[in-house]
Design a protein. Sequence first.
Length: 143
Amino acid sequence: MTDCSARSSDRPGSAYYRWFMDPAERLVYPAEDHEHHGRTQAARPRVALSAGSDAPRAARILAELQEHSPEFVRYWELQEVAQHYDESKTFLPPELGRIEVDGQILFTANRAQTLVVLTTRPGTESHSKLELLSVIGHQQLTP
């Protein structure tokens, strides 16, 4: 799973920047979810641009994405706005395979920052896998 907490630069810390600029970001999502996820990631900067205090950062990221990602430009031109987080997602960590999670998103008052909380349903295979992932961390299980 991607750990966003250790990111220090302002572009790589942006989930929508990483989606369009870092091919490795897509490896943990099923291929059938890529288009929907890409559209959502392209719609999220519209919220950030209206957030006020974070607008300059969002504008810098937007300019870079428009210059370097034709896929982002195609989705951006749809003029969609993402105000909510998908209620469920599927991740494909290479160590464990498919994990289904439910998501909630919390916004700061000015909507400049978000906290995404992902949980699994107790008693499911996904829950067991996530518990195992919390134990093994980022260890490589294959040689």
